[in-house]
Design a protein around this ligand. Structure first.
Ligand code: AMP
Ligand code: ZN
Length: 113
């Protein structure tokens, strides 16, 4: 996916403030944070959205949660609480079509709606 923003971040072609990286997943700070902690947890593999998941991706998706838990503790927001969001499709507000999980915390969240 040569013109995908997050593929470019995975490759290191676009700078990012990384907080985690391994052979399957990268996590970096959102460029336009919506909360004191706003991290994007992104599979290195290009997947457009949840709609494109295949059964083989399920361990990878589980891994996103494990990394979210670890980063929430690292950011000091595990006890206070945090929100994990995966926007899927334009109507949900997805703007980057490379699957990612938002980790948001450090302030009181409003009800969804
Ligand atoms: P979504 O709306 O769920 O697709 O989320 C995309 C997120 O990517 C938004 O919160 C943007 O602020 C964020 N974003 C866009 N470009 C960059 C970038 N170069 N580095 C970090 N975050 C970015
Ligand atoms: Zn991509």
């Amino acid at each position: 996916m040569s013109d995908c923003l997050f593929c470019k971040i995975v490759k290191g072609d676009i700078p990012s403030t990384n907080v985690y990286k391994d052979e399957q997943v990268i996590a970096f700070r959102d460029i336009n944070p919506a909360a004191p902690t706003h991290i994007l947890i992104v599979p290195n593999k290009h997947i457009d959205s949840v709609n494109m998941l295949i059964p083989d991706d399920e361990p990878l998706i589980g891994r996103l949660f494990g990394i979210a838990k670890m980063l929430a503790a690292q950011e000091g927001i595990a006890e206070g609480g945090y929100r994990l969001i995966v926007n899927t499709g334009a109507e949900a507000g997805q703007t980057v079509f490379h699957l990612h999980m938002h980790l948001l915390g450090g302030r009181q969240m409003k009800a969804l709606g």
